[in-house]
Ligand binder design. Structure first.
Ligand code: 13P
Length: 281
């Protein structure tokens, strides 16, 4: 069933584990993630960036596809269909109207007042439809949808001001994580993470989960992170397996076999990640 993230993230916050957010790119990825998470009996958040939504044809295509997979594959775990880094009210509204159960409004590139204004507009609309809202304070750097941006860290004060003025359901404070690959060891500000967690009543989100060593993931969860976003990790696992398959079988041409040659690699990484996040329903 499609649900918002409120229940799954509150449970995670209370019991000190993190719910996985996996970005989806197509039918196959969605199917692999749903099948594996259902087998492991863990809730999952399917993240869709604006670029991925455009690639797949639009938000209506995606809700149709995910609802169909849930029905035809008998998926019984809670599944949250979430816009990742929605850049505007219009994008979030379009997704909500198409049946998404959750959105991230990312106005973190703007100043705090503008971030608050746009985030509040999204919350006011989303909450009338039982849709959860995540926002970002500071700015998470790196490369997302081929757009490179630089990072600014969040402060407790800005997080509190944004929360009090918008009543979002979760917050991604930028604290040193980046999208895509890290140059060297990730340098996460765990002190501020813990202080923000201790002073806000909502679950915290860690973006840029790829490449963060296991012990730092565990520390982030101990500091209050309840949702961790993973994108590049599964892309690398899938493309490595497909490259190997095509190199070993130069006469392969059936797209089901080509795309499907990455299935086990994605499912294996999902199991490892879910175990690391210690997710329970
Ligand atoms: P990675 O690509 O670094 O895993 O980041 C994913 C993410 O944060 C999506 O919002």
């Amino acid at each position: 069933m499609l649900v918002n993230f409120i229940d799954m993230l509150n449970k995670a916050k209370e019991n000190h584990y993190a719910v996985p957010h996996f970005n989806i790119n197509n039918l196959e990825w969605s199917k692999y993630i749903l099948e594996k998470c259902n087998e492991l009996n863990v809730p999952v958040i399917l993240g869709v960036s604006e670029g991925a939504a455009k690639y797949m044809g639009g938000f209506d295509v995606i809700t149709g596809m995910i609802n169909g997979l849930i029905k035809d594959l008998n998926i019984t775990i809670p599944v949250c269909l979430h816009v990742d880094h929605g850049q505007s009210f219009e994008t979030c509204k379009k997704a909500i109207d198409a049946g998404f159960t959750s959105v991230m409004i990312d106005a973190s590139r703007l100043d705090l007042n503008e971030n608050i204004r746009i985030t509040k507009e999204v919350v006011d609309y989303a909450h009338t439809k039982n849709v959860s809202v995540e926002a970002e304070v500071g700015h998470i750097g790196g490369t997302e949808d081929n757009i490179t941006s630089s990072a600014t860290n969040a402060t407790l004060e800005d997080c509190q001001i944004l929360y009090e003025n918008t009543h979002i359901d979760s917050l991604a404070p930028a604290l040193g994580s980046v999208h895509g690959f890290y140059k060297g060891e990730p340098n996460l500000d765990f002190n501020t993470m813990k202080i923000i967690n201790d002073n806000l009543p909502i679950p915290l989100v860690l973006h840029g989960g790829t490449g963060i060593p296991n012990d730092k993931i565990a520390t982030a969860i101990a500091c209050g992170i309840s949702k961790i976003n993973i994108n590049t990790d599964l892309q690398v696992a899938w493309s490595t397996a497909v490259r190997k398959f095509l190199t070993e079988d130069t006469s392969a041409y059936d797209p089901r076999k080509v795309i499907g040659s990455g299935e086990q690699a994605i499912k294996k990484r999902i199991e490892e990640i879910v175990t690391l996040f210690k997710t329970q329903i």
